[in-house]
Design a binder for this molecule. Structure first.
Ligand code: KG4
Ligand code: ZN
Length: 359
């Protein structure tokens, strides 16, 4: 089967075509499917938003509008396919920026109607989790715990089977990726903050500044306090009052101070994430795999610390080309919906509300 998927939830216009080596119409989940990613177009708007230090939703939506049709043509060309080769169409349905989502969903719905192709709207976080199934050599075993860490979400999700999700922890305020982005801005590092913090942190001392860990119950997270703690420490380090504007601080910092702040913040964020995951793991001893998902799962310090901390339990990280937003992960999630017997949606009648917390 050939699945064409579209992703446009934030600032990447992405189209992928995934070929799965199973007969069309297969209705059982194969243990080790063979995937051939025929095309994987990711048209990023990062260069546009670098100038602003963050995403402007209206500009993102307009950029998707310009990029979506060329990306579709390119995906078909790369695969050497025409429309009759496509058996299923899927799209990131929610969550994300409304204007951005509308471009992808309307395009996918129109194509599904035009070509009379079964249509699957897929939850964005589910796709991030399923990026871990793109590598079919070794796939996660259930029950598993997924740490979903992106620009918009920070969650611990329990899965007992394919398509079965229970959100057991979530952030009460900011997402961890958002925190990376905001602290990068304070330190004068370019958007997106995650990779630039990591780069600066490589030359820094992670023990130089101590930031408090939030006291939050259960498996929930909080990152707004950490953001404020970094801001206050930068102001103190520079002998500035708390009323001193945050955008004026970066130019007063030396490169070494920037690196030390980046390293100390990164270490604190990683520790907070892994401590909560350890608590969830302790309370769910039947867990067979730990899965990392979302843009922040590209973070190498997090990967190294997790490998060190959780010896004895299989850990899964997406290939780095599938950690950020892309459509290949949407196609992988779609494959497991199709083979689980989940029915396609009606492309004529779709609203942007999720059908369940993470469908
Ligand atoms: O999953 P994603 O691409 O988009 C959303 O669904 O939100 O995640 C984007 C987030 C951004 O906040 C970005 O700064 C962060 O992922 N990120 C990283 C790294 N690469 C991207 N955070 C930490 N370390 C990285 N290497
Ligand atoms: Zn994402």
């Amino acid at each position: 089967m050939n699945i064409l998927s579209i992703e446009s939830s934030c600032d990447e216009t992405a189209v992928a075509i995934l070929h799965a080596d199973d007969p069309k119409g297969l209705k059982t989940i194969p243990k080790n499917p063979h995937f051939d990613l025929k095309s994987n177009i990711v048209n990023s708007q990062i260069d546009i938003f670098k100038a602003y230090g963050g995403v402007i939703p209206e500009v993102a939506a307009r950029s998707h509008l310009e990029a979506i049709l060329p990306a579709l043509h390119q995906a078909l060309d790369d695969a050497n396919y025409t429309w009759p080769d496509i058996d299923y169409i899927s799209v990131t349905h929610t969550p994300g920026l409304l204007g951005s989502l509308l471009i992808g969903t309307l395009t996918a719905r129109t194509l599904a109607i035009l070509h009379n192709t079964p249509f699957y709207p897929v939850h964005h976080l589910k796709s991030h989790i399923y990026a871990n199934w793109l590598n079919t050599e070794k796939t996660p075993e259930f029950p598993l715990l997924a740490l979903v860490i992106s620009g918009g979400h920070t969650q611990i999700i329990k899965m007992t089977a394919h398509n079965n999700f229970e959100i057991i922890g979530t952030t009460l305020d900011d997402a961890v990726g958002e925190c990376f982005d905001k602290i990068a801005k304070i330190l004068g590092l370019p958007y997106p903050g995650g990779p630039s913090i990591s780069k600066a942190a490589a030359n820094g001392n992670p023990e130089k500044y101590q930031f408090p860990h939030p006291k939050v119950d259960n498996y929930d997270f909080s990152f707004s306090g950490l953001k404020t703690a970094v801001l206050r420490t930068v102001q103190k380090e520079l002998n500035k009052p708390i009323s001193f504007p945050s955008h004026e601080l970066a130019k007063l910092l030396t490169d070494q101070q920037v690196s030390d702040f980046a390293a100390s913040f990164e270490k604190t964020a990683v520790d907070i994430l892994l401590e909560k995951l350890a608590k969830a793991l302790k309370d769910n001893p039947e867990t067979n795999s730990i899965v990392f998902a979302g843009g922040v799962s590209a973070n190498q310090s997090l990967r190294d610390a997790a490998i060190e901390k959780y010896q004895g339990i299989p850990l899964f990280f997406p290939d780095k080309k599938f950690t950020g937003d892309n459509a290949a992960m949407v196609a992988a999630a779609t494959f497991y919906e199709i083979t689980s017997g989940i029915k396609p949606a009606d492309p004529y009648h779709l609203d942007l509300l999720p059908r369940s917390p993470i469908h």
